[in-house]
Write a protein of this length. Structure first.
Length: 150
């Protein structure tokens, strides 16, 4: 996991509509950058819906939300439409950003070891510096915890 106090690496990724977004586009705003394993799975759906539910509160505090997974733009679009999500999902099919943010790690599930995206959330300040980092994210509680930390 990247350390608090370090500059968040810039990147450019397409959103669910195929429009490119760079982290530097959000200078002057705080950004919640959260990494999640897969669209339309139970935990990821709970996390995304919780962020959508609280999105107006984040906007009131000047915070943008960006969700990142290795799913395709088309998968993100279906996820957004099915769940009526209100924020930006970014597609990192090559896992470049996922790896730069140290979210691609060994995982164990039912005793089976594999590589995958570890659910991780970063809060980045207006100058692009990481001010909070969490890789022990509980999907259901992440949005509320981040909102309370602002």
């Amino acid at each position: 996991m990247l350390e608090v106090g370090t500059k968040a690496p810039d990147f450019t990724l397409p959103d669910q509509n195929g429009v490119n977004h760079s982290l530097s586009d959000y200078r002057g705003k705080k950004v919640i950058l959260y990494f999640y394993p897969k669209d339309n799975t139970s935990g990821c759906t709970k996390q995304a819906c919780a962020y959508t539910e609280r999105y107006p509160h984040f906007l009131e505090k000047g915070v943008e939300i960006l969700g990142v997974s290795k799913d395709s733009v088309a998968s993100h679009k279906k996820f957004e439409e099915k769940q009526n999500l209100g924020f930006t999902l970014l597609s990192d099919t090559e896992k470049e950003v996922i790896m730069r943010y140290d979210c691609w790690k060994e995982k164990k599930l039912y005793g089976k070891v594999s590589m995958g995206v570890v659910r991780t959330t970063y809060l980045i300040d207006e100058n692009g510096v990481i001010i909070k980092a969490n890789d022990k994210v509980k999907a259901r509680d992440d949005a509320e915890n981040m909102l309370n930390s602002l």
